[in-house]
Design a protein around this ligand. Structure first.
Ligand code: TMP
Ligand code: ASP
Length: 235
């Protein structure tokens, strides 16, 4: 297999493969927060996030949700379909936390009457700002139809993941998804699903078991990632 590095981001490296429609993604232990202003390492994170993502992409596939996942050929790597990524981060929220708490003043942990979907502009230069539907249209980031489909798909992912994680003692507070389009024009879920991109709270104690432990310097970061992995993959 070729080892040509196509792209290196904050948490992943993407390599070309012999199949022009597939790439190999390596998950790094590097962690950043606040648009790269805070930097660190979470030992074992790459291994855990790749393994968790593979498990959850398989689960979504079984529920008829198309994803870029092809295979997990070796530790900390995923083989995925090459997508043309829509430059939007789609966030689904079941409870108040993070930037929604700051924007609304609602109490952390408040259960929302319905899952709230938000779109953010994938732009490091701008710090990933929140966009409304008109912003998305005027910037030509996605058409009206595609924007509606992104919301529907994201809600579909939530409808599968929320009860599944609840069954493993985890509250899915909120999460971020990225979507892309294949060569054949098919919309698929891309990126990863992990404690880097989801807020996961222990159902009994409310303990944060995700990247907020790193963002907020709460300690026992590695243990939290391992706990999530144990509950979802290793059980
Ligand atoms: P927020 O409350 O900071 O807006 O985050 C919402 C969700 O999105 C949360 O589960 C963490 C995730 N997220 C990312 O995956 N990447 C990011 O850059 C940010 C800011 C949040
Ligand atoms: N994507 C953000 C950044 O680097 C990290 C986050 O808060 O999840 O910096």
């Amino acid at each position: 297999m070729s080892v040509k590095l196509l792209y290196e981001g904050k948490a992943k490296k993407v390599f070309a493969t012999q199949n022009p429609n597939q790439v190999l993604v390596e998950f790094k232990d590097d962690a950043t927060a606040f648009n790269g202003q805070k930097r660190g390492q979470i030992a074992g994170k790459g291994l855990i996030n790749a393994s968790l993502s593979a498990h959850l992409f398989r689960l979504l596939g079984q529920h008829g949700i198309p994803t870029h996942f092809v295979d997990d050929p070796k530790p900390r790597h995923l083989l995925v379909e090459r997508l043309s990524i829509v430059p939007l981060e789609v966030v689904v929220r079941n409870r108040v936390a993070g930037s929604l708490q700051k924007r609304t003043g609602l109490e952390d942990g408040t259960i929302l009457d319905f899952p709230v979907v938000e779109m953010y502009y994938k732009s490091d230069d701008l710090g990933d700002p929140l966009l409304n539907d008109d912003h998305i249209r005027v910037l030509n980031l996605a058409g009206v139809e595609l924007t509606a489909r992104l919301k529907d798909e994201a809600l579909g992912v939530n409808a599968v993941l929320s009860p599944y994680l609840e069954g493993r003692g985890l509250i899915l507070v909120d999460f971020k998804l990225e979507f892309g389009i294949t060569d054949e024009g098919v919309l698929k879920l891309g990126d990863e699903i992990s404690p880097d991109t989801c807020r996961l709270w222990d159902k009994e104690t409310g303990k944060k078991l995700d990247k907020d432990r790193f963002r907020q310097d709460l300690g026992t970061v590695e243990e939290a990632y391992q706990e999530v992995h144990d509950r979802i993959v290793s059980r």
